[in-house]
Ligand binder design. Structure first.
Ligand SMILES: [Zn+2]
Length: 303
């Protein structure tokens, strides 16, 4: 039996719009629809009485090329979800991502200064690597806690954060994506523990009034994340260092823990010596983090 004929008509839109590099499919469709003053669903189904049921990547690419007049390659390169959908046989409109991809990428608002020149007046959601937190070109914080683009923090007064971003990229090249990501994630949790114990790791930012503690706990907005980022990267570099990792992962002698703590406070000096003694859980928690990273490293090598 042959497939019934289902006519679907797509016409070029009056205002075609190029996709932004690494833009999410949802963001692009919404921007395109908004620029043409039509509901976003109309991009997939042209009218209420002409339904279609082809959600394949090929069909989506064909629709986008007809609607905008842009080439298939333009979308293929700019919209990562099209490639993942193809590689993993998923629906291009599905929101879930393969685990490997989800581990390495995050949805984040694109730097508002980058988009200002290319897509004036529009906000763009993109997929960015998890080791990217700042736009080095435009000196803006685009990482944690940015809910809307106007919250992207200007880093002109925080050169340490820009330096930390470059260092983070170097650490990824040296230790690999997976180990670095784990060090950053678990190191970050450890870091928050210190912050909760008033171990001030952002003295410069606090001194300049860029980040303010609120009550007994710090208020975690984008400014504080940006200000704390250099300390987080320093902590990550310590945990990622094979020498320090093997010391704590294979030996929990008090003398080794003490050596580690000395190195830790040398790299991240507390603003008062008493803070170190206020951290009873530090050696055991740090040891646990390091053993976990070491285990991941072994698994990565074995894979
Ligand atoms: Zn930028």
């Amino acid at each position: 039996m042959s497939t019934p004929f289902r006519p679907v008509i797509f016409r070029p839109l009056p205002r075609p719009l190029p996709p932004f590099p690494n833009e999410t499919l949802e963001s692009y469709c919404q921007r395109l629809a908004h620029a043409n003053r039509i509901p976003a669903e109309r991009l997939h189904t042209p009218s209420r009485w002409l339904a279609h049921d082809d959600d394949s990547v090929t069909a989506l690419l064909r629709r986008l090329t007809i609607l905008t007049g842009l080439s298939r390659e333009t979308f293929w390169h700019a919209l990562p979800e099209l490639r993942w959908s193809h590689e993993h046989g998923m629906s291009p409109l599905g929101r879930s991502l393969p685990p490997v991809v989800a581990m390495r990428l995050r949805r984040r608002w694109a730097c508002r200064r980058c988009t200002a020149t290319r897509t004036p007046g529009q906000h763009v959601m993109t997929w960015i690597p998890i080791d990217t937190h700042a736009c080095l070109q435009n000196r803006l914080w685009i990482g944690e806690a940015v809910a809307v683009t106007r919250e992207q923090v200007d880093l002109a007064q925080m050169p340490g954060t820009l330096w930390a971003q470059r260092r983070h990229h170097r650490l990824v090249r040296r230790h690999g994506e997976r180990v670095t990501a784990e060090c950053f994630r678990t190191g970050g949790a450890l870091w928050k523990l210190f912050a909760a114990h008033h171990y001030t790791l952002v003295p410069d930012a606090l001194g300049q009034g860029l980040a303010k503690p609120r009550g007994p706990y710090l208020s975690w907005g984008p400014q504080l994340y940006a200000a704390a980022y250099p300390a987080a990267v320093t902590m990550m570099s310590l945990v990622a260092s094979p020498a320090w990792r093997s010391l704590l992962a294979e030996s929990m002698f008090p003398s080794d823990v003490e050596r580690f703590m000395k190195e830790f406070t040398r790299r991240l000096p507390p603003n008062h010596p008493a803070y170190v003694t206020n951290l009873p859980a530090l050696p055991s928690k740090t040891g646990a983090v390091i053993r976990r990273v070491t285990q991941i490293l072994r698994e990565t090598k074995a894979a």
